[in-house]
Design a protein around this ligand. Structure first.
Ligand SMILES: Cc1cc2nc3c(=O)[nH]c(=O)nc-3n(C[C@H](O)[C@H](O)[C@H](O)COP(=O)(O)O)c2cc1C
Length: 353
């Protein structure tokens, strides 16, 4: 199969329960049935960030491949980077099903998966088994268990476990479905976690950069402290953002009242605004990954102009399928050239200064 045929078949999967459809997609990817993006990336898209070389700035965000079972097939779809996880110290089942809902009239998704995953041990084994070199940059997203978590111990040990394999490590303190997790974004708690992670990093033979993934629901007043905290602890960047607990009045789909995190189109504007604010506060000291509601090259471009050096998506990819990746890249390249940019990094923050 080719990526465009796989995308053409997506409407058939919309009749299925969303979690079953997702698991089927992962299985098809693992079996090599989804094909690959054979088009060469436009050189305007190549960029370096976080001390790493990216062939393009479009990434797959965490949660799609929680257990790192389809990393290479996902990279072959044309992503510049793929971030498996969130992985936690111990396996956990997550919340009872149903826990994933399509909001088709809103081009959105609500999930309350609850960070279901097979745990760090098998995650690390899978990353280690990946044949190198990989066709794209490899992130690893780490988080804590719902029960029995000790954040100041768990995050550093997760960092140490994935550091030999990953090109960067993202600390998830922003999923809305693990009680208390988002409180870890508070100044004192975050400082303690980041200090412990920095110590683990200093002791590690291989030291991939650390990113912090934040929630779009953070209060404006919390942002300056958060940014300074991250800079002070040697964090390389922020992922802006995770899903939102807000429910805009514009939502029309039947499932709009479900509990959980909302992603997709309704998240685009608020997460882009947050990105712009964080870019202004960071003043070049942090690398930003823009995430939330991207489903077109224009939206990827808007995130970059708001301050993102790289972008990620999930819901847009889940709706449109693998053909979206080459389309996004082509649209983004066209927009960059239209505006006279020779390299994507020249456009970073063009609308935030
Ligand atoms: C079903 C689902 C599961 C997710 N799981 C995770 C996760 O395990 N860890 C994480 O950091 N983000 C997770 N996310 C959040 C996404 O990575 C992303 O930040 C969010 O969906 C916003 O991007 P989007 O609008 O392009 O979907 C999940 C999102 C969805 C829809």
């Amino acid at each position: 199969m080719t990526p465009s045929l796989a995308s053409a078949l997506m409407p058939l999967m919309r009749g299925m329960d969303p979690e079953r459809a997702h698991n089927l997609s992962l299985k098809m990817l693992r079996l090599g049935l989804v094909g690959r993006d054979r088009t060469a990336d436009d050189p305007v898209l190549a960029t370096s960030a976080l001390g790493l070389a990216f062939r393009n700035p479009i990434g797959l965000s965490a949660g799609f491949d929680k257990n790192a079972v389809a990393v290479r097939p996902l990279m072959r779809l044309g992503f510049g980077f793929v971030e498996p996880g969130t992985t936690t110290p111990r396996p956990q089942d997550g919340n009872p099903q149903p826990r994933l809902f399509r909001l088709p009239e809103d081009a959105a998704v609500i999930n309350r998966m609850g960070m279901n995953n097979e745990g760090m041990a098998s995650f690390v084994v899978r990353l280690a088994a990946l044949k190198r070199p990989l066709p794209a940059v490899l992130g690893a997203n780490i988080g804590i268990n719902k029960e029995g978590a000790e954040p100041e111990h768990d995050y550093p040990s997760l960092y140490a476990a994935v550091a030999p394999q990953a090109d960067y490590v993202a600390i998830n303190v922003s999923s809305p479905n693990t009680p208390g997790l988002r409180d870890l974004q508070g100044e004192a708690k975050l400082a303690a976690i980041l200090e412990a992670v920095a110590a683990a990093r200093a002791a590690a033979p291989r030291q991939p950069p650390v990113l912090v993934k934040i929630a779009p629901d953070l209060a404006d007043e919390a942002l300056p402290g958060l940014v300074e905290n991250c800079v002070a602890q040697g964090v390389a960047g922020l992922i802006v953002s995770n899903t939102t607990v807000a429910r805009p009045d514009s939502l029309r789909s039947a499932h709009r009242g479900e509990m959980g995190g909302l992603s997709g189109q309704p998240l685009f504007a608020p997460s882009t605004e947050l990105l712009r604010r964080v870019f202004r506060l960071a003043q070049g000291r942090l690398t930003l990954i823009g995430c939330g509601g991207i489903a077109s090259g224009e939206q990827a471009y808007a995130k970059i102009r708001a301050g993102a050096s790289l972008v990620q998506l999930y819901a847009g990819f889940a709706y449109a399928g693998p053909a979206l990746v080459p389309r996004l890249k082509q649209e983004l390249a066209t927009l960059l050239k239209r505006d006279g940019f020779r390299h994507v990094h020249e456009a970073v923050g063009a609308d935030a200064r």
